[in-house]
Design a protein around this ligand. Structure first.
Ligand code: 13P
Length: 233
């Protein structure tokens, strides 16, 4: 299975950052896939930068009266080949449910986009011993029956943007659990405070096929060592 280094720029990036997209493309080592989930406003302008692109959300409908939303086919038309769905920030900020995420994923598949579906427990849920129950329910509820190119990202909410990273054993437990529940060929990414300094340790964990990187994907100098660690893993 080809490994995948994915960057999630979240609500960051303007035309001034297109040079960073090109720099990531240039720094990408051979042998791994690299994917940047840019703000939708940059997708079309980055389509010739030499790196695969993803959206960060899409609507479940193909078109229509949904002010401010984007259809999966619009993202594909702008150059995306994948879309992140069900990120914990969207689950929290927009009240996205597993049902809604599954409907979006079905729309993404219909438009030819690979869905990158995020799951992950909060700190309360982990401390309550419910991490596997939570990610298992999110997975069962949000992954469609048919999803070519499916990627699942395990992103513990308490590790996102905090500098806190689960132990390799904690990541291994969740990834082994997910590996037993996803279709064959599904890549499993870890996300949450991945940096150049911890990437090699994370990529050595069984059933970790790459990373979904937030903050450290914004600067090519931070993302390059993560890509290199993945290529070397
Ligand atoms: O949410 C994330 C990627 O989707 C992770 O963000 P950080 O790498 O900034 O912790």
């Amino acid at each position: 299975m080809r490994k995948l280094a994915a960057g999630n720029w979240k609500m960051n990036g303007t035309s001034a950052d297109l040079a960073a997209v090109r720099a990531v493309a240039e720094a990408a080592p051979g042998g791994i896939d690299v994917l940047l989930a840019l703000p939708a406003t940059l997708l079309d302008r980055a389509r010739d930068a030499g790196v695969a692109l993803a959206g960060q959300d899409c609507h479940a409908a193909a078109k229509g009266a949904h002010t401010g939303d984007l259809a999966a086919a619009m993202l594909a038309d702008a150059g995306a080949t994948a879309v992140i769905l069900g990120h914990s920030e969207r689950r929290a900020d927009h009240g996205e449910t597993d049902d809604a995420i599954r409907a979006k994923a079905e729309a993404a598949v219909a438009a030819g986009l690979a869905p990158v579906i995020c799951v992950g427990e909060t700190l309360d849920q982990r401390e309550g011993g419910r991490a596997l129950d939570v990610v298992g329910a999110q997975l069962a509820g949000s992954v469609p029956d048919r999803a070519p190119g499916l990627v699942v990202a395990y992103e513990p909410v308490w590790a996102i943007g905090t500098g806190r990273v689960p132990t390799p054993d904690q990541i291994a437990e969740v990834h082994a659990f997910l590996a037993g529940r996803v279709p064959a060929g599904t890549r499993l990414l870890y996300g949450g405070s991945v940096k150049g300094s911890n990437a090699a340790e994370i990529f050595a964990v069984p059933h970790v096929h790459g990373a979904l990187v937030g903050g450290a994907s914004l600067k090519p100098g931070d993302f390059a060592p993560i890509m290199q660690a993945l290529a070397a893993s």
